[in-house]
Design a protein around this ligand. Structure first.
Ligand code: 5GP
Ligand code: MN
Length: 370
């Protein structure tokens, strides 16, 4: 019998190579080389993660090195375990520095949307950005189905992270000598967090070549890992134990799991924003699990995260039932009704989704492992 970890040769030969559009690269190059100095604002999504922040900061470095002014804005605070990311002081949080952020947006003549496919994910910041109709709009993103009102578009759902896409853009325009330790760390954090420390899908040879270039700058990879994944509080560790032990429910013969977290429970464990990061992945460590969800209460709505394995498409699930979206195996959404009703809606949605074949594993194709 063939080793089931052995990957067929056709995959290695035809692994996706990311082709950037020459037209968009030359439009961006022209803008970067413009003698007129631009005011650039780089914006990313609500609840910014390592990819949103790392990509934004590396894009900022690209514009600044070409002599332009560039500022980064995110709608709300990033999690505390990203406090030590190189250059994090450059990030303006709209929620706490609204006046300054609006001034930056008003002055900008170039708007870059990084790691978002739709302006609605900017939440409170979205109307200010929408009003910037005269600005040049650039999209740099890896989510499927982007909005179509951009002048320069780098939309690559086949990329495992936006950071990898930013890497490719910079490498194409400036070559690998552009990468110093600071930009390398920012991009590495984006790649590492969006791939679950290089364990999810879309891990192409090309990605590892990019990582090799970043490693050559001398970044300390174990130290970066520790800063991000081993920097939590004791409360978070205890909350994690509580959620898995007491709150995880499973259905469909143990193939779908969900967890809920109320504000009262979060207070009990001295919750800090970011403490629930990664909880939703844990049920997928169970071999037969296909989909996992977590429902987290906040003042305005219930924030939902979905994760899945293989062909189970939680992007579609989140779009259809929970005002959200994301990627096939990692998506999010929102619910504006109380927790108990949200959970009933989820249970119904799972049944409907199952009836439509959403959990069916496709038969192995003849050229896959047998
Ligand atoms: P997370 O569960 O880590 O917050 O998000 C997982 C993925 O889904 C990320 O790529 C994130 O950008 C995306 N995502 C999360 N929430 C939403 C949402 O409300 N709408 C859309 N379109 N994407 C989301
Ligand atoms: Mn991302």
């Amino acid at each position: 019998m063939r080793n089931r970890f052995c990957v067929p040769h056709f995959f290695i030969i035809f692994a996706v190579i990311m082709n950037l559009s020459e037209e968009n690269i030359s439009l961006l190059r022209r803008l970067l080389e413009d003698e007129r100095k631009h005011n650039v604002v780089i914006v990313s999504h609500t609840n910014p993660d390592g990819d949103a922040l790392g990509s934004s900061l590396a894009l900022r470095a690209m514009f600044v090195r070409c002599g332009h002014t560039a500022r980064c804005i995110v709608p709300n605070k990033y999690p505390y375990f990203l406090d030590e990311l190189c250059g994090i002081g450059e990030i303006i949080t709209f929620k706490t520095r609204e006046e300054e952020a609006l001034k930056v947006v008003a002055e900008a003549d170039v708007v870059v949307c990084a790691d978002i496919n739709t302006l609605s994910r900017l939440e409170q910041l979205s109307s200010a950005i929408r009003e910037k109709e005269s600005a040049t709009r650039i999209l740099v993103d890896h989510h499927p189905s982007p909005d179509n009102d951009f002048d320069i578009v780098f939309s690559h759902p086949e990329s495992s992270s936006t950071a990898f896409l930013v890497y490719k853009i910079i490498e194409t325009i400036f070559g690998t000598s552009f990468f110093d330790r600071e930009v390398a760390e920012q991009l590495y954090v984006g790649m590492m967090t969006d791939t679950g420390n290089f364990s999810f899908s879309a891990l192409t040879p090309e990605l590892y070549r990019a990582v090799a270039v970043l490693a050559e700058t001398g970044i300390d990879i174990p130290a970066i890992y520790n800063k991000v994944y081993n920097s939590f509080t004791e409360g978070r560790a205890r909350l994690f134990g509580y959620v898995i032990n007491r709150k995880m429910r499973s259905l469909r013969k143990g193939t779908v799991a969900y967890m809920t977290l109320t504000e009262e429970e979060m207070r009990r464990f001295w919750f800090r924003q970011g403490d629930s990061e990664g909880f939703v992945n844990y049920p997928l460590t169970i071999k037969k699990m296909k989909m996992s969800a977590i429902f987290i209460e906040s003042t305005d709505y219930i924030r939902i995260s979905f994760r899945s394995r293989g062909d189970v498409d939680v992007d579609t699930f989140a779009r259809r039932y929970f005002n959200g979206g994301g990627h096939r195996n990692a998506a999010g959404g929102k619910s504006f009704i109380p927790m108990a009703e949200t959970v009933s809606r989820f249970l119904q949605a799972v049944e409907e989704f199952a009836q439509e074949g959403g959990f069916r594993t496709p038969r192995l194709k003849s050229n896959e492992n047998s």
